[in-house]
Design a protein around this ligand. Structure first.
Ligand SMILES: [Zn+2]
Ligand SMILES: [Zn+2]
Length: 347
């Protein structure tokens, strides 16, 4: 088969790879119909994720069709159309049992294994471990594109931004960073009842997108952002400030604009230490949360997508065929230049 193969930092190729085969009886083999590229894949290509070794097939988000099932698989069959989520769940370990598959011990100590610890989903076929407790059947009346982004960024925005942030009906929130994950947080915060959603970003084009993902107000990132957000909230600050960039300055901004008693929900992937200003924050009665998505909300999001209550497909701005995936990487890697949010790659 053909697959997108990591060849060490800075190197990727659409290459011939071994066809996957069943290893464990709980595996299935999926023919990949639709996949995408994640910011995490770009981090891997920069060499930021040393656990990913040369020769690894990348990708952890896909919709596909089951072509083979392991001996222990009874509730899935050949021909089933499934959403393969970024997080694999063994369903049995202590963390899976409390709905925190992010730290699944059965899968390898972390739930994110595709394109990380095992071969991923940017390929013609993939082996999917613990299939029955990981994949989701896709209803016939829902398109691949409507559910593709439910594999990672929608549940990330919802679980790590909205749920950990404790967004309640009527809340005023700020989402700092209007990239794909920030937009997913805005979209799901609307569903959760946030009254006022303030999008913050340096790029005017992203703020324009934010309006169509539920933002009610936009604020240009930078030195004036703090004052502007405080002015929009009678000087009190927001109930929930979500960080969706992953750098110290944006995390700081969140701690400066959260109201007393509010929550800072960190979604961003950080690569450098950040100073936590406890000398100012200790007295503010705030909560700070972080985490990796578990995917426990995917069934909820699927139900919302099916009824058109969330339109995750709006994140797919650029379309490619699987054998054009290198071009897709070029576009996604220069997203601002192309005004790209997410790419949709179909077989
Ligand atoms: Zn991802
Ligand atoms: Zn587990």
């Amino acid at each position: 088969m053909k697959a997108l193969v990591f060849g060490g930092p800075g190197r990727r190729s659409w290459d011939t790879a071994d066809d996957p085969s069943i290893i464990d009886p709980t595996d299935v083999i999926v023919q990949i119909d639709t996949t995408t590229i994640c910011g995490t894949d770009l981090h891997i290509l920069k060499g930021d994720v040393p656990a990913v070794t040369d020769g690894r097939i990348l990708g952890h988000e896909a919709v596909g069709t089951i072509v083979e099932t392991g001996a222990a698989v009874s509730s899935l069959k050949k021909g089933d159309r499934v959403l393969v989520p970024a997080i694999t769940s063994c369903g049995r370990c202590a963390h899976c049992k409390v709905g925190m598959a992010a730290h699944c011990q059965g899968a390898g100590g972390i739930g994110w294994i595709f394109g990380h610890l095992i071969n991923g989903l940017q390929a013609e076929y993939a082996r999917v471990p613990f299939a029955e407790t990981s994949v989701h059947l896709v209803p016939d009346d829902v398109s691949d594109e409507q559910v593709l982004f439910l594999s990672d960024i929608l549940p990330t925005g919802y679980e790590i931004g909205v749920q950990k942030g404790g967004v309640k009906p009527g809340d005023t929130i700020a989402v700092v960073g209007a990239g794909p994950v920030g937009l997913a947080a805005m979209m799901t915060a609307s569903i959760a009842g946030a009254a006022r959603i303030i999008a913050v970003d340096l790029a005017p084009s992203r703020l324009r997108h934010a309006r169509s993902f539920g933002a009610t107000h936009t604020v240009a990132g930078g030195d004036a952002a703090r004052e502007e957000i405080l002015a929009l909230t009678d000087g009190y600050g927001v109930d929930v400030a979500m960080e969706a960039v992953g750098v110290p300055a944006t995390f700081d901004l969140c701690t400066q604009v959260v109201r007393p008693g509010g929550t800072v929900a960190n979604i961003g992937v950080h690569g450098a230490p950040t100073t936590l200003h406890l000398e100012e924050l200790w007295i503010k009665n705030i909560t700070i949360t972080t985490g990796l998505v578990s995917g426990s909300t995917v069934p909820t999001l699927l139900a919302l997508a099916r009824e058109g209550r969330i339109e995750a497909e709006k994140l797919g701005t650029h379309h490619f065929k699987l054998d054009q995936i290198e071009q897709a990487y070029d576009v996604f890697g220069a997203a601002d230049k192309h005004d790209a949010l997410k790419v949709v790659i179909t077989a």
